[in-house]
Each structure stands twice: as C-alpha cells, then as structure tokens.
Design a protein around this ligand. Structure first.
Ligand SMILES: C=CC1=C(C)c2cc3[nH]c(cc4nc(cc5[nH]c(cc1n2)c(C)c5CCC(=O)O)C(CCC(=O)O)=C4C)c(C)c3C=C
Ligand SMILES: [Fe+2]
Length: 518
C-alpha cells in the first residue's frame, strides 16, 4: 500500500491506495470519519480525524492516469446544504495543456424523463413513473407493494392524464424534441472539433436508459459524459436517472471499466442563463408596456419533504438560477418585477410553495395586469407547458383579472443553449474518469462534476422514507387534514392490496384491475 502525500493536512489525514488497483465505481461506504473515493481508476481510502462533526469531502484529481495525485482535504461540509450545481474542484487542471479527445470514442448520454407517444402508452408510462422508488418511496416493510401500487395508481390516474395528452395532440412531444436536441448537440460538438456520439436515455418511456446503454456498448464507447437534461438537480428527476444508471454500471463489466463523468446540474452556466434571458427579453417585446410586465417563473414542484427531509437541492438551485437570470436581465437594463411559483403538484402532501395557481389568483387580486410565464425546470415543451400553462393557468389568469398573458417558449434547440451544452461537455472531458469536489465559491466557468455514486451520496445518502407524493383518490377535505387523510388512505389501500394479493379475491379483481398486474 502506497501513501499519498496530502496538501496541508489539517486535521490529521492520510490516504492509502489499496493494491491491486481497483476499478472505477466500486461500492463504498461513507461515514463522518471515513470516506472512500473512487477516482482515476484507483480506489482511494481517505481517513480524517473522527472528531470532525460533519462529513468532509476528500478527493483529488489529475490530468491523466498518473499515480501522483494531490489530495485536498476540504473543510467540513454539511451534505444537505451543498448544491450539486456547485460541485467543482478548486484546483482546476490547465485545460489548454490537455488533449480533449485522444483516440478514444466519446459518448454523451442525455438523460430525460420520457413521455407517452400515444394515448395507449399513457397508463404503462404512468406505471413506470409510479413504480420508481424515487417518486413513491414506500416504507421498507411495504416495498414489495411498489409495483402493485404503481399499477393501481396508474390505472386510476390514466383517464385524467389521457385527457391532457389528447388535448396536446395525442402524446408527449418529448422524444421528438430530445432527439432533435441530441442531433444538434452532436453537430455543435463536431463543429467544435469534438466528434462524439450522442445518446438519449429516458427514465419512464422509450428509448429507455437501458436501451441507450446497450447501444453505447455496441458502439464501443470508451469515455462517457452523462448529461441530465434538467438544469436543476432533483432527487426525483436527475437523481432518479443517476441512481438507475448507477445500478446498471455496477452490474456490468464493460461499464465498470468505461470512464465516465456526470454533469449533475448546469443551471448556473453562463450560456444557459443568457439563452433564458434572450427568450424573456424577446417575449417582453410583445407586450404594450414591456417594463410593466410581471415575470412569472413557474417551476415543476416537488413534495416539500424531498427538500426538507431528504435534502433535495432543487429549491436552492431553482432560486439561485432565477437570481442569475434576473442579474443577466438587469445588465440589459430590464428590471421588471418577478416572482417564482411551483406547478403540477400531485396528491395530498404539501409540495414546494407558493403554488402557481394560488399565486396567479393573488397577483390578479393585487392588480397585476400583465404576466409573462417562464417555464424554468425543463428545456422542452411538454404536457405541463402546452396544457397546464398555456390552457389552465392562462384561463385562471384571465379570470383573475390579468389582462395580457404571455409565455416564454421552452429552450428546445435554441442555438446559444445547444452551444453551451456542447461547451459543458467539452469542459467536462478532462475529468472523465476523475473525481471533483465541492467548492462553493467557484461557480462559473467549469462544469460541476462527480461520479454517479459520489453525487448520490452527497444528497439523500440515507434514502429516508418520504411520504408518497401521490394519492389514490382525492375528495374535498381541509388542507390541514389532507396529509393525515392521505396517509390513512394509503395505508388502507396497502392493507386491501395485501389482502387481495394473498387471497386472490377482492374489489380490484371485481373491477378487473388486478389481472393487469405484471
Ligand atoms: C424538473 C422537472 C420535474 C420534476 C421535479 C418532477 C417531479 C415529479 N413528477 C411527478 C408526477 C408526474 N410527472 C408527470 C409528468 C412530467 N413530469 C415532468 C417533470 C418533472 N417531474 C415532465 C416534463 C412531465 C411531462 C412528460 C411528458 O409527457 O411530456 C406525470 C404524468 C403527467 C400527469 O399525469 O400529470 C406525473 C404523474 C411527481 C410525483 C414528482 C415528484 C415526486
Ligand atoms: Fe413530473
């Protein structure tokens, strides 16, 4: 075992390289006194003084596969307050001195949610969504009910969802748009002298992440950049996709040996911020008095417990993102009033507030007359922009006294945005196979990086049980009773399901729901 010398080790610190050298992405455990980082193809075990009260992040990086890493012991960091978007190394390798591509085949894997392409896809799509433990996290004892429950909820929700998808042309445009973004990204990378193959891996519908990975293997990709198409990180979106990927990687010999890096969130990138500001600036011009328009950022919500109990950085990243966009607009002398609200909540639990619908009503009551809606958590048009914002919220706004309503389009294949994604990929290449560490001060210029495992360990490491965000049915109860009624209903459903599954008889069989179980 060799000893790695560290820079200014304080408190006492040493790291050892186990022999033989272990491949990337080995499972490892983390405690406040010990953290094992997998980087450069070596597993590095780092011990820090156990009297540290919080987890310290210990890591290193190198410009290649040399064994002379420098390890830096960071100050204690509270895992739950560390935005993934700020995962950066303070010691930046000199990118200009590094070959960006070499001879190895580069792949970029775009991760996205996926959406039903036809109305017949809606129920199985919903099944996949609700079967995801990062969407409905059941108590340990009831984990075996995840799929039956997903089946049950998806069957009950499908009619409502189908109505929505029918109103936007009979299916989600997500696959088409994501494919187009992948192609534009490929072209942008090529134009920047980085030939790469770009893959699309969806979480809940075709092309599934597993399908993309199979293609990546067939193509013999040696270096992979994983890029979730969500600007801000959430346990329920990028986190869920990365967790899935982590499982796939761990079990596959090819993937264990393939170098990769992850760009967990990129809401703070200059190009993305500028692209959003461009769209807002352009849309404001459609109003008679552009400076009198309230800019209304509407983000997809998450249940409050994700943020407050599991440490989801989503809210913090969202707020920072909006500050950055407003700063950029201010530079252009656009100083409109603005606000942020959260849309698309499902079920009885409390979601991030303020809610979009309630905020619209309040703004109308306060006398706001012009509103420009800005969808902020997603970069493609989808059911929640085309139906919820364009139809439902617009109608609500007009009823609430708003006289002029506008909506900023989703980024889609906007050239500044695609070019910035290409830059993000290129900037990440020197880190493929390497590990980076948080530096809250350094935010611009570099891509936040980490390994899939490390990222997921930074948040939600304990995978606490969360109240399920969805409900099986809803009726008119008061807000304060909602949570408890919802939980009681869920328990009752679980008991009924257990009885049905064990006896083979009951109301679900009578309704013809249970024979649909996979
Ligand atoms: C950043 C974006 C998103 C977060 C965060 C998110 C969390 C989240 N979503 C649900 C439940 C549903 N989401 C549905 C569709 C859907 N969700 C997102 C994005 C985020 N979800 C998108 C882009 C879409 C639309 C995809 C498309 O087809 O165009 C649906 C299905 C539609 C419906 O029936 O309303 C559900 C259900 C939960 C529970 C959750 C956090 C826990
Ligand atoms: Fe969603």
């Amino acid at each position: 075992m060799g000893l790695i010398r560290t820079q200014s080790p304080s408190p006492p610190f040493h790291a050892t390289l186990p022999s033989p050298l272990r491949p990337l992405l080995l499972p490892r455990t983390v405690s406040t006194s010990q953290r094992i980082c997998c980087c450069f193809g070596l597993q590095i075990e780092a011990r820090v003084n156990s009297n540290l009260s919080k987890t310290s992040l210990v890591t290193g990086f190198s410009s290649g596969w040399s064994e002379t890493q420098s390890l830096v012991l960071k100050k204690p960091v509270n895992n739950y307050s560390l935005p993934l978007g700020a995962l950066l190394t303070s010691k930046t390798p000199d990118l200009s001195s590094m070959p960006l591509t070499g001879d190895e085949k580069i792949g970029v894997l775009l991760l996205n949610l996926g959406g039903p392409e036809t109305l017949d896809d809606v129920q199985p799509f919903l099944f996949n969504l609700f079967a995801d433990p990062d969407i409905i996290r059941l108590p340990r004892l009831f984990r075996f009910l995840q799929r039956p429950l997903a089946q049950f909820i998806s069957v009950l929700r499908a009619p409502k969802s189908k109505e929505g998808y029918a109103s936007i042309g009979g299916g989600s445009p997500l696959r088409q748009i994501t494919d187009a973004q992948a192609e534009e990204l490929r072209k942008a990378l090529c134009a920047k002298n980085v030939p790469a193959k770009v893959y699309v891996g969806m979480r809940y519908w075709h092309p599934f992440t597993e399908e993309a990975i199979e293609q990546i293997k067939r193509d013999g990709i040696k270096k992979l950049v994983v890029l979730p198409l969500y600007p801000q990180f959430s346990i329920s979106t990028s986190g869920s996709s990365l967790r899935l990927l982590e499982g796939i990687f761990r079990e596959d010999e090819y993937l264990v040996n393939m170098q990769h890096t992850v760009i967990p969130s990129w809401y703070q990138r200059e190009g993305y911020i500028k692209a959003m500001a461009n769209l807002i600036e352009k849309e404001l011009r459609n109003f008679d008095y552009p400076d009198k328009v309230m800019i209304f950022f509407s983000a997809h919500g998450v249940p409050l417990a994700y943020v407050e109990e599991a440490g989801d950085p989503y809210k913090a990243e969202m707020e920072e993102c909006i500050d950055l966009i407003m700063e950029e607009l201010e530079k252009r002398r656009i100083t409109n009033a603005y606000t942020l609200a959260y849309q698309s909540r499902v079920g009885p639990v409390e979601w991030l507030k303020p809610y979009t619908d309630e905020t619209i009503i309040e703004l109308g009551q306060k006398g706001v007359k012009r509103l420009l809606a800005v969808p902020i958590s997603f970069v493609s048009e989808h059911i929640e922009t085309l139906e919820e914002i364009d139809v439902e919220y617009k109608e609500l706004a007009l009823e609430s006294g708003i006289e002029k309503w506008g909506r900023v389009p989703a980024l889609g294949c906007e050239p500044t945005f695609i070019s910035d994604l290409a830059d993000a990929v290129i900037e990440s290449l020197p880190y493929v196979g390497a590990m980076a560490v948080s530096n809250l001060e350094a935010r611009q210029s570099l891509v936040p990086l980490g390994s899939v495992e490390e990222l997921l360990a930074a948040y939600d490491s304990q995978r606490r049980e969360l109240p399920p965000p969805v409900t099986v049915w809803e009726w008119g109860w008061t807000k304060s009773a909602e949570t408890w009624n919802g939980r009681a209903a869920m328990l009752a459903v679980l008991v009924l399901l257990v009885l049905e599954v064990t006896t083979g008889e009951g109301f679900l069989h009578q309704w013809g729901v249970l024979p649909l179980f996979r």
